[in-house]
Design a protein around this ligand. Structure first.
Ligand SMILES: Nc1ncnc2c1ncn2[C@@H]1O[C@H](COP(=O)(O)OP(=O)(O)OP(=O)(O)O)[C@@H](O)[C@H]1O
Ligand SMILES: Cc1cn([C@H]2C[C@H](O)[C@@H](COP(=O)(O)O)O2)c(=O)[nH]c1=O
Length: 819
């Protein structure tokens, strides 16, 4: 290497060290100061613990500024964020946040989902109360929707008028988003969220109560229906202020790690339990009233009117609970001075700028809109689609039911399936799954196929909904969270209305017809073309969202998904610029590795190159002790196969961090006698441990560092072992293994070379040492000439980066040359 290359390599090391160290320090600090408080707070659920949680939150919030929560998280002791900082911080610092080994330090996202997770969030008192409020509010919403619609319909005569009154009441609920939506988020961020929620609920109480009251006061049908519509519009407008305030408040009440379980609970409550419960209660009320009052009940006892009263008083109850029972909502919010010193207009424009400039938020918003557009098109075309299957209304309802079953499955089981997978990646993948399933609907030729497609659409949408909400709550700073939630809320309503409207229009125009491709005898329904287009658009949106939000760039997606499902997600390695060259000699016993390694080093040194000759196991003082544990056959007990694999991995982790990476960063040519392949061949093929697991272990140990070249010296084990025997130095534990064992090792090496031919130089090691040395030198010189700018080790990572540590001093090194 030239001196300048050496210098640049040398300069890179401190910064890499610094990055590593600061990442660890932040994460650990946040962990130590934060998790203790926050965990205590939510686990015990006692007044003291709650107070600890609150005080931590309030203090820390004062220091926060707008932006994503990432930046702030590590600085917030005693809050839920600290948990997240711990999780994210350790990931950056290279300790395993995932996989079986990684869980030792705390519970994983998967551990915190499902039944156990839900129980754990319900132990947090403020959240428990908010959940009850949400349940009541959601019940009220569904009940109110049904009750006002039934009520409006009951006020007029004739089926057309009844249908119009019913439809108008429902559609009017979507309109306020257009009018009030833009300022709803600003209000949620600007004013105390607890009082925003309380005032909204008191107003909704008054409005809901006014609907039956107007009727009781004897107003005409037209006035009653007209007021029902106006009141519904106002209630919806107020709800638009209430929802962002509530959504933005939730993340301040619970530790970040439990946000997903909390969202699972609230989504299942809002979209699963309460609508069914509301419909059942309304039906029961109807039956009870008609049973109790024979003939026509008086106006005030009409089930629809009673339902409106129940709904009105449920709002009053929630207002009281939020005002007096969940004061923590106010404590959790960012400091008031910071919130109010900006003008509302400025807050509004800042919110939009933040959304436009932040890739995570852009990706989330785009993905959510894409998913809702797809969902809207499925709804808009559902009737025509059911017809195109040759089925009637029953099929339409079945498909609808299937989507809801899928939603529930996605929300309930999704986190248990993907376990530790990055939530950002999971979000993008879920959108792609939902969209691809929409496309499969286009090809369904039988109701059973369509049902499977519909369940998958629901599952993908449910998982996207859960992961998106969790990401929005967990990664967006408190100061802008209300605005972001408001944009999502308004946008989704608009996209949904447009998608349903346009698709039903298009399907209506062309749905009953089929496009005949006469010559081919093929006919295509335009409804299916629409589904195909919607699915394709959704896939584009999902992939684009994925690209914008991906936090594991370079890590293969499907391998990561498969690894996550099996509990071992792949981790991104930190990009690592090597100014040097990493050459590994592999092969069976006595193949001539040490001989060739020494010759190559001499040759390169003659050329004035910086060469580090090293080996595994045993290149460091610690490694030397591990080596003797592994190989000494003098009466010491033999390690079990798994212990053996772990010991080799431990030696490798230390070797890479203290010898190999520092030398590569410096610009040296590192020549190692054995590396990862030896573990795959000896522990994998030889000891018959699962090769994939051994590979994952090694990747984890090395942070994904792969050699630039592996020189495989291939020789019949009998020849190699006879050379070893001729040395008269005795045999170590592995050399003493059977010939069958060594044959398995030999073929495993050859298989590895076949799988990645560019990285391997396979040489027949039964030839003379001179001949082999000539071929090795030729290949290495070729590589050195080609790599004057240094080799960028930006591999698809297989494990977290264990990073570069300070280089060992000479006396600490136990290289092959020394021994
Ligand atoms: N090409 C060759 N032909 C014949 N003998 C060789 C050749 N290369 C090396 N040897 C001899 O074989 C023996 C083993 O060589 P060496 O120590 O280099 O192999 P190794 O692969 O490093 O062995 P180990 O697996 O024990 O580390 C030595 O005595 C060496 O002199
Ligand atoms: C790195 C590594 C090595 N081994 C085995 C292979 C050999 O039998 C010894 C090392 O001895 P050598 O004389 O230095 O070649 O250890 C292994 O089983 N797994 C490994 O990962």
């Amino acid at each position: 290497m030239s001196p300048s290359e050496n210098e640049s390599g040398g300069a890179a090391r401190p910064s890499a060290d610094a990055a590593h160290q600061s990442g660890t320090a932040d994460a650990d600090a946040a962990h130590q100061s934060g998790t203790a408080d926050a965990d205590a707070a939510h686990q015990s659920g006692t007044a003291d613990a709650d107070a600890a949680h609150q005080s931590g939150t309030a203090d820390a919030d004062a220091a926060r500024r707008p932006g994503t929560a990432d930046a702030d998280a590590a600085r917030r002791p005693g809050t839920a964020d600290a948990d997240a900082a711990h999780e994210r911080g350790t990931a950056h610092a290279g300790t395993p946040p995932a996989g079986p080994e990684g869980r030792s330090g705390g519970q994983s996202a998967a551990d915190l989902s499902g039944y156990a997770g839900i129980r754990s969030v319900l132990r947090i008192r403020p959240f428990r109360r908010l959940w009850i409020v949400l349940g009541a509010a959601s019940f009220g919403d569904w009940f109110g929707l049904l009750a006002t619609s039934v009520f409006a319909a009951s006020q007029v005569e004739g089926s057309t008028a009844k249908g119009a009154a019913f439809g108008a009441t429902i559609s009017i609920r979507l309109l306020p988003a257009l009018v009030l939506g833009p300022i709803a988020g600003v209000l949620a961020d600007r004013f105390d969220r607890r009082w925003t929620m309380v005032i909204c609920d008191v107003l909704r109480f008054l409005l809901f109560a006014s609907i039956p009251l107007v009727a009781l006061l004897g107003a005409s049908s037209a006035v009653v229906v007209g007021w029902a519509l106006v009141a519904t519009f106002l209630i919806e407008s107020i709800t638009l202020l209430w929802i962002p305030a509530k959504e933005a408040a939730v993340p301040n009440l619970i530790p970040r790690a439990r946000l997903e379980a909390a969202n699972q609970l609230t989504l299942i409550t809002t979209y699963g339990l309460t609508p069914v419960f509301a419909a059942l209660v309304l039906a029961a009320l109807d039956a009870a009233v008609r049973g109790a009052v024979p003939g026509n009940p008086p106006d005030w006892a009409e089930p629809a009117q009673l339902a409106l009263w129940v709904n009105a008083f449920s709002r009053l109850a929630t207002a009281l609970v939020v005002a007096y029972g969940i004061k923590e909502i106010s404590h959790g919010q960012a400091a008031e001075r910071g919130r109010t010193e900006q003008s509302m207009l400025r807050q509004f424009t800042d919110g939009w700028k933040f959304i436009g400039k932040t890739p995570l938020v852009r990706g989330l918003v785009l993905g959510i809109f894409g998913a809702f557009a797809g969902g809207g098109i499925v709804i808009g075309t559902a009737k025509f689609f059911a017809n195109s299957l040759g089925a009637g209304d029953a099929a339409f309802y079945l498909l609808f039911g299937a989507i809801f079953v899928g939603l529930a499955l996605g929300i309930g089981l999704g986190p248990l399936i993907v376990k530790e997978m990055s939530r950002r990646r999971w979000f993008g993948m879920s959108i792609v799954l939902a969209s691809a399933s929409v496309m499969t609907l286009a090809f369904a030729i039988h109701l059973s196929m369509a049902m499977v497609g519909a369940i998958l659409v629901g599952a993908g949408a449910g998982m996207a909904f859960l992961s998106g909400t969790t990401l929005l709550g967990g990664e967006i700073a408190d100061e802008v969270r209300g605005r972001v939630f408001a944009v999502v809320q308004i946008g989704t309503r608009l996209v949904l209305i447009l998608a349903i409207g346009l698709s039903s229009l298009l399907a209506g125009v062309g749905g009953s017809r089929t496009l005949e491709i006469a010559d081919l005898g093929v006919s295509i329904s335009s409804t299916r073309l629409l589904l195909l287009a919607a699915g394709a658009a959704g896939i584009v949106a999902g992939i684009s969202a994925f690209g914008q939000m991906d936090d594991k760039k370079g890590v293969p997606v499907l391998a990561d998904l498969w690894g996550s499902i099996r509990g071992r997600p792949l981790m991104p390695a930190e990009p690592f610029v090597s100014a040097g060259l990493f050459v590994v000699f592999e092969g069976g016993e006595g193949a001539g590795k040490s001989t060739q390694l020494t010759r190559l080093a001499e040759r390169l040194r003659e050329q004035g190159r910086d060469v580090v000759v090293t080996r595994e196991p045993g290149a460091t003082a610690m490694g030397a002790r591990i080596r003797s544990l592994l190989l000494d056959s003098s009466g010491v007990e033999a390690p079990s196969p798994r212990a053996e694999a772990l010991l080799y991995a431990a030696d490798r982790a230390h070797h890479v961090a203290t010898v190999v990476r520092p030398a590569l960063v410096r610009g040296a040519v590192v020549v190692s006698d054995r590396y990862v392949d030896s573990s795959l061949a000896y522990q994998g093929a030889g000891r018959t441990l699962p090769v994939e697991e051994v590979s994952w272990l090694s990747s984890w140990a090395t942070g994904g560092l792969k050699p630039d070249l592996v020189v495989l010296l291939d020789v019949d084990p009998r020849t190699g072992l006879s050379r070893v025997a001729a040395r008269n130095e005795g045999t170590d534990r592995l050399e003493a293994e059977s010939v069958a064992f060594h044959e398995r090792v030999r073929y495993a090496f050859l298989d590895l070379a076949v799988a990645d031919p560019k990285r391997y130089l396979v040489l027949d090691a039964s030839r003379s040492a001179e001949e082999i040395a000539g071929q090795v030198v030729a290949r290495i010189e070729e590589m050195l000439l080609g790599a004057s700018g240094g080799v960028v080790h930006q591999r698809p990572a297989q494990g977290p980066d264990t990073s570069v540590q300070s280089e060992l001093s000479d006396p600490e090194l136990v290289t092959t040359e020394r021994t």
